[in-house]
Design a binder for this molecule. Structure first.
Ligand SMILES: [Zn+2]
Length: 264
């Protein structure tokens, strides 16, 4: 018996086959967080849900809880945004897969994560219509960390609170951000001036900072796009290590990014 039916706006994070005819789909739903949903007949009948369970799509779904069942049941799914452009390009596909894995790993089932949902929705929408870039990936990582309460501290020393001298700095994942010269432990990660300014800008401006980067000189002029992208790739080494420290492991999809030569 259906206990409760609920209509949700949700992004498909991944869909795994279950037996010969069914699927278990992980969604990130607005207002609900991450949910695992049983899609009966999704594999045996193409008509059952059509193409509405493809990863990275934004869907309107109708789910219900059933007595005694652990998983929610999927009753309907309709595509709102197919993000078709993601499937034509290996680099974009790799970035979308990485973003979905991070979203999965930074959320818990049934815990609303609307900040993270909006960040992922904006990222996928933008990625579907423009090339994959390191800058957008950094903006996504920072937005995800911030939405999870794990944002790196970039405006002062994460250990003592003192100012961190301008220019090249050190980041200590265990401390939670930049550290001043007195607090820098051995093995802290070196962050160059350009990559540091880039992370500051992307933490403040989000995805918009990646789409229309501004010069680090404070003039408000557009940044040199190539230099900005290069700084984003360098910042990725440091921010990637910060993320691995927070997650406790390296995302599996990082290997796929490397394999297809996608910007990292
Ligand atoms: Zn300090």
């Amino acid at each position: 018996m259906d206990l409760r039916a609920q209509r949700l706006t949700a992004l498909v994070l991944r869909a795994l086959p279950y037996g010969d005819s069914d699927q278990v789909v992980q969604f990130l739903a607005r207002g609900r967080g991450r949910i695992a949903v049983f899609a009966r007949g999704a594999r045996s009948s193409k008509r059952r849900f059509g193409s509405a369970l493809e990863p990275f799509q934004l869907c309107e779904i109708l789910v219900s809880a059933r007595a005694g069942a652990q998983l929610l049941s999927l009753r309907e799914s309709h595509v709102v945004e197919a993000h078709a452009g993601l499937r034509d390009d290996l680099h974009r596909l790799a970035h979308a897969g990485y973003a979905s894995e991070l979203a999965h790993d930074l959320t818990r089932e049934h815990e609303p994560a609307d900040g993270l949902f909006e960040a992922l929705a904006g990222f996928l929408l933008s990625l579907a219509v423009s090339p994959a870039t390191s800058a957008r990936l950094r903006a996504l990582e920072l937005a995800f960390l911030s939405a999870s309460g794990l944002a790196p501290q970039l405006d002062a020393c994460a250990r003592c609170g003192d100012e961190v001298a301008p220019g090249r700095a050190a980041l200590d994942p265990a401390a939670g951000g930049l550290v001043c010269s007195s607090c820098t432990p051995p093995g802290a990660l070196a962050l160059g001036r350009g990559p540091r300014a880039l992370l500051e800008q992307l933490q403040q401006r989000g995805l918009e900072g990646a789409e229309t980067p501004l010069s680090a000189d404070g003039s408000g002029r557009p940044a040199d796009a190539r230099a900005f992208e290069e700084a984003a790739a360098q910042a990725g080494i440091v921010l990637g290590a910060f993320l691995v420290h927070q997650l406790g492991r390296t995302p599996r999809s990082s290997a796929f990014l490397e394999q297809v030569g996608a910007p990292r």
